[in-house]
Design a protein around this ligand. Structure first.
Ligand code: ADP
Ligand code: MG
Length: 407
């Protein structure tokens, strides 16, 4: 069954209390929001509901306060930023479902917005015990009253079986928010009938994090370009000496199996032909470009670390990407946080901006890399707001927060 969306709710929203779960997990510095991207992305659904005459209660988490009230993770700076961005007074309850939240919820007028405190101040939010989460869900539903409704717009949290994402949907009529709907729409285009050629670029630190995605996309994509730390497990599986580069020995048999599948009815797996090796893991370490079969001859010798794909590989990857009609990229090609090892990631990021079809960037560090390296969000078809959630969806897993809406 497909879920109802916010569009189905808006016509009947006036006068009702609507609980919206948003992803407002933003970086803070000294009590100020330093990147309000997630707040801006969440506001359309909240303000549409307020303008339709709903009383809006927003649920969100910030950081990992681990079930205790920790002022450092208060949503106060978020409420303040929401107030600035909406020109309306976004109120903040002092607790999650306590007397402050109850009183303020009961006094809400049509069109007003109330944010309750960080849902993770309550240990039941993330509890593994179904009955604990169910008890908190009842308290949330009580805030909305008998005519209440629930909207999940927190794509970054939909892979979690948490009260405000999952359990609450069993108690109130539930709807997909616009952000969640957009994310699913784009990710579906990467799974079902993608325009071809379809290239997937995978990097990042560990193969083990991405095995399930590789497994699932190997049968769907035409080409799989491998970079980042995981490239060295692939190179080792192909018989290269990878010196002291990041290596997951225990993953070699699985990677060898992927390499056997490569090309034969599955995607062709492409690995780097050259890499940037460094003497140490530091921004100013001596470094050099070497062929993948000569890694121990660079600076550092057998202690050398491969920290980026080389320029020749970057060029080949860019050509594959630019010739594709669908590209999904997850995981930096190297240690982009250090300029000397950012070249591969920059080349891939640049190539994605030239894709004529759909280009999608997923993964927290990959999205950060794109921005740090100076590219604009608009240069890409889509930058996913949920790293873990988008990967789990592409792995073919059921996302609890999505399944809960479709019931
Ligand atoms: P994402 O968050 O986009 O899914 P990951 O979390 O898997 O990406 O990986 C990002 C990290 O991988 C970055 O911090 C980057 O420095 C690191 N990384 C990339 N290439 C290497 C490498 N060759 N050796 C060690 N770390 C690497
Ligand atoms: Mg990451």
């Amino acid at each position: 069954m497909t879920a109802q969306t916010i569009r189905d709710l808006l016509p009947s929203a006036a006068g009702r209390t609507v609980i919206v779960r948003s992803d407002l997990n933003v970086p803070l510095d000294n009590g100020k929001v330093t990147d309000d991207g997630r707040i801006r992305a969440s506001l359309p659904v909240i303000t549409d509901l307020a303008q339709a005459g709903a009383k809006v209660i927003v649920l969100a988490h910030l950081g990992r306060p681990n079930g205790t009230v920790d002022p450092q993770y208060s949503l106060a700076p978020v409420a303040q930023r929401m107030t600035e961005l909406t020109d309306s007074d976004v109120m903040l309850a002092k607790d999650v479902t306590g007397t402050s939240a109850q009183t303020q919820a009961s006094q809400l007028k049509d069109g007003q917005i109330l944010l309750v405190e960080n849902v993770r101040f309550d240990a039941r939010e993330t509890s593994k015990d179904d009955s604990e989460r169910a008890a908190l869900a009842k308290e949330f539903a009580a805030l909305a009253g008998p005519d209440g409704a629930y909207v999940n717009d927190a794509f970054g949290a939909v892979h979690r079986k948490h009260t405000s994402v999952y359990d609450i949907a069993t108690l109130l009529p539930s709807y997909q928010g616009a952000l969640v709907a957009t994310e699913l729409d784009v990710l579906d285009r990467l799974i079902a009938e993608p325009a071809r050629p379809y290239t997937v670029v995978l990097g990042g630190s560990k193969v083990s994090d991405k095995l399930a995605v590789i497994d699932n996309l190997l049968d769907r994509a035409d080409t799989l370009l491998i970079g980042g730390g995981m490239a060295f497990t692939f190179l080792k599986a192909l018989g290269h000496d990878v010196a002291s580069s990041l290596l997951e020995e225990d993953q070699i048999p699985i990677v060898q199996d992927y390499l056997r599948r490569s090309g034969a009815g599955a995607a062709k797996i492409v690995v780097p032909t050259d890499v940037v090796v460094a003497e140490a893991f530091s921004a100013d370490a001596a470094h050099a470009v070497v062929d993948v079969d000569a890694m121990t001859t660079g600076p550092g010798g057998s202690d050398a670390l491969g920290l980026d794909i080389g320029p020749e590989s970057a060029k080949i990857y860019a050509q594959h990407i630019e010739a594709s009609s669908t590209v999904f990229w997850n995981g930096p090609m190297g240690v982009f946080e250090m300029e000397n090892f950012a070249g591969g990631t920059r080349a891939v990021a640049q190539a994605l901006t030239n894709v004529k079809g759909l280009s999608v960037v997923g993964g927290g560090d990959s999205a950060a890399a794109v921005r740090v390296l100076g590219f604009a969000d608009e240069d890409y078809g889509h930058i996913s707001t949920g790293g873990g959630a988008s990967l789990e969806y592409l792995e073919g897993k059921d996302l609890p927060g999505i399944g809960a809406l479709a019931r």
